[in-house]
Design a protein around this ligand. Structure first.
Ligand code: PLP
Length: 353
């Protein structure tokens, strides 16, 4: 049942969360685990690792859990940079900008230089310029690439990316596939296949925060060679995910019915938004995530003033992205929420044109 948002209960469409909620199996696992939280979660840890290994067709030694994929991103950047420094090499982090913040914050915390590469005019990542930024540097380059990208929802061609990965064995690729399930673009294929094939310079991170809706439990993981996984694991505290997170993630992984419904509702919500943007004549890119990055009409001013207008209607939409102040990242809620949101959006943006 949809309740219109109010000052007491705003509609949150700003953090790319899953407003549908969580799998009933995950909920049951959470309820049942309360009596076990006095125990360390060694076994559930091993069981989730084994389930993920089976899911991706890799060995358990290739899977490292993190407290959200954000932790995995931090750990991997630190570990690869330290390995290079131990060999007497400098390290840099290369990424398209804008992208998800964890790559930047991980680099900043370790005082690693960042080569940020602006997006192309179509808001896709500029693979050629990213490659040039790596070739320009004699030390260890760590490429942080979200595919699809956040905030734009665009993908890079998997074939072109793989060709680069294969041609640059000394460059390390950290590929963030937080939104893998939502991709529509036929140029994309999931990069976990490259880990299965044994490409040694690639690592893929995934999360339970999006399709599975478990953002508050903080469960993510990486897939890499077993050797790299051993290195990454040495930078993560023992058992980084708590018992509720481990059990809920494992239950959710088996709940293909919830995953199907979650995807279906997100795609329906996306259609509602795209139809409205088309009616308003506003450009958008991608979209291949559970969000849509779209242009704002000149008359509304910048993203900040649009956000203020929507907040007056108790709707919280996405934040500022420097260099894209006339664009907004709108996270997708349930179809009912998006029907309400787009009706309000039509009033705010339509009336302004
Ligand atoms: N990677 C990308 C591209 C994201 O957009 C986000 C969150 O918005 C994350 C990772 C963070 O996921 P987690 O909740 O697993 O830390």
């Amino acid at each position: 049942m949809f309740t219109p948002p109010s000052a007491a209960q705003r509609l949150h469409l700003n953090f790319n969360e899953n407003n549908l909620g969580i799998s009933p199996l995950a909920r049951q696992a959470l309820e049942e685990c309360l009596v076990q939280v006095n125990r360390y979660p060694d076994r559930p840890h091993g069981e989730l690792v084994a389930a993920l290994a089976a899911h991706h067709g890799v060995s358990p030694q290739q899977v490292v859990l993190g407290a959200g994929s954000s932790q995995s991103i931090h750990v991997i950047i630190e570990a690869v940079a330290r390995r290079a420094q131990d060999r007497g090499q400098a390290a840099q982090v290369v990424m398209p900008l804008p992208t998800f913040d964890a790559g930047l914050t991980a680099a900043a915390a370790r005082r690693l230089p960042v080569r940020g590469v602006p997006l192309l005019d179509n808001l896709e990542a500029d693979l050629a310029a990213l490659q040039a930024a790596c070739e320009d540097f004699s030390g260890q380059s760590i490429v942080y690439l979200c595919n699809p990208n956040n905030p734009t929802g665009t993908v890079v061609s998997s074939a072109e990316l793989k060709a680069w990965v294969q041609s640059a064995p000394d460059t390390f690729f950290l590929i963030d596939e937080a939104y893998v399930e939502f991709v529509d673009d036929p140029r994309f294929t999931p990069a976990d296949a490259w880990v299965r094939e044994g490409l040694a310079n690639v690592c893929v991170v995934r999360t339970f925060s999006k399709l599975h809706g478990l953002a508050g439990l903080r469960v993510g993981y990486s897939l890499s060679t077993a050797e790299d996984a051993g290195l990454f694991a040495s930078f993560v505290p023992e058992m980084p995910v708590n018992l509720p997170g481990l059990l809920a993630a494992r239950a959710s992984l088996t709940d293909t019915e919830f995953q199907r419904r979650s995807l279906e509702q997100t795609l329906e919500a996306r259609e509602i938004v795209l139809e409205t943007l088309d009616r308003l004549g506003l450009r958008y890119v991608g979209p291949n995530g559970n969000f849509v990055f779209h242009e704002l009409p000149h008359s509304v001013g910048d993203n900040r003033s649009y956000r203020r207008r929507m907040r007056e209607l108790h709707i919280v939409v996405g934040r500022d992205f420097p260099a894209y102040e006339r664009w907004n990242r709108l996270s997708l809620g349930t179809p009912e929420e998006m029907r309400h949101m787009t009706a309000e959006m039509m009033k705010v943006l339509g009336a302004l044109e």
